[in-house]
Design a binder for this molecule. Structure first.
Ligand code: C5P
Length: 246
């Protein structure tokens, strides 16, 4: 089974990120990292190249959402960075997701995993109804967006662990669920709304949990990461192998 903990490296500079990663240098296996907008916009593509060179797996979380042609061309550029996973917003339409996949696919047919954001885990059902004018229940909307992503040929979605089971039910067990909104039972919720613990995410069928502040802001980030690993993976075989997906 391919399951892993992905650390969200939400830092404002290359130095901050490297100082953080230094703490993990004695671990036998390098953590899977997520680079989001903050670090990518601050440090540029160079940090992705450098971290790949150092042997880290990278989920480049830029959540593309634009007209299909622009997304296709942007994905072509990201594909050349040799990242392991990238994403788009499912609300950009199936046409946009198909274009994203085309742009991402290299001449030899290989490509990073491509997943779609359904609804951000910071969005509540009330905000969807009142601000986005989406009246359907949040789990139905998410399952529908996930189905669109599957029809467009994507590998999976980003969703809350609370929606992972429904997504698997609609899209099948092999459709990947990448789930942020993870908190330890005793940690702060911050701005997240639809949250679970790593252990509950495992029970609910998440494939990858994305964990930011509970690790990055912990007094001992390595211990917090290891706690996530032991809660989420237990003694399971968890070696990530992209060829199992594509
Ligand atoms: O610090 P925290 O654990 O809340 O970080 C969660 C990470 O996952 C952030 O980088 C955030 O941008 C990302 N994310 C999310 N909800 C989504 C998609 C991505 O929280 N639906």
């Amino acid at each position: 089974m391919n399951k892993d903990v992905i650390i969200a490296c939400d830092f404002g500079s290359t130095q901050e990120c490297y100082d953080f990663l230094d703490k993990f240098k004695d671990l036998e296996r390098k953590p899977f990292l997520k680079i989001g907008m903050e670090l990518f916009y601050a440090a540029g593509p160079e940090i992705v190249r450098e971290l790949k060179k150092r042997g880290f797996k990278i989920f480049l979380d830029l959540k593309l959402h634009d007209i299909p042609n622009t997304v296709k061309k942007a994905m072509k550029v990201l594909s050349n960075l040799d990242v392991d996973m990238v994403n788009v917003h499912a609300s950009g339409t199936k046409e946009m997701m198909v274009a994203a996949k085309e742009g991402l696919t290299r001449a030899d047919g290989s490509r990073p995993l491509l997943i779609a954001v359904t609804q951000l885990t910071s969005t509540s059902e009330a905000a969807m109804r009142e601000q986005l004018l989406i009246d359907n229940p949040i789990d139905e909307t998410i399952a529908h967006y996930a189905h669109n992503a599957m029809e467009a040929g994507l590998d999976g979605v980003v969703c809350s662990p609370l929606e992972a089971a429904k997504v698997k039910q609609v899209c099948g067990p092999d459709f990947i669920t990448v789930t942020p909104g993870i908190r330890f039972a005793d940690s702060a919720k911050d701005d997240q709304v639809r949250i679970t613990t790593p252990a509950l995410a495992r029970e609910l069928g998440s494939d990858f949990i994305v964990v930011g502040r509970p690790i990055t802001a912990a007094s001992d980030p390595v211990a917090a990461y290891q706690k996530c690993i032991s809660e989420f993976l237990k003694d399971e075989e968890f070696i990530y192998n992209p060829s199992n997906f594509i």
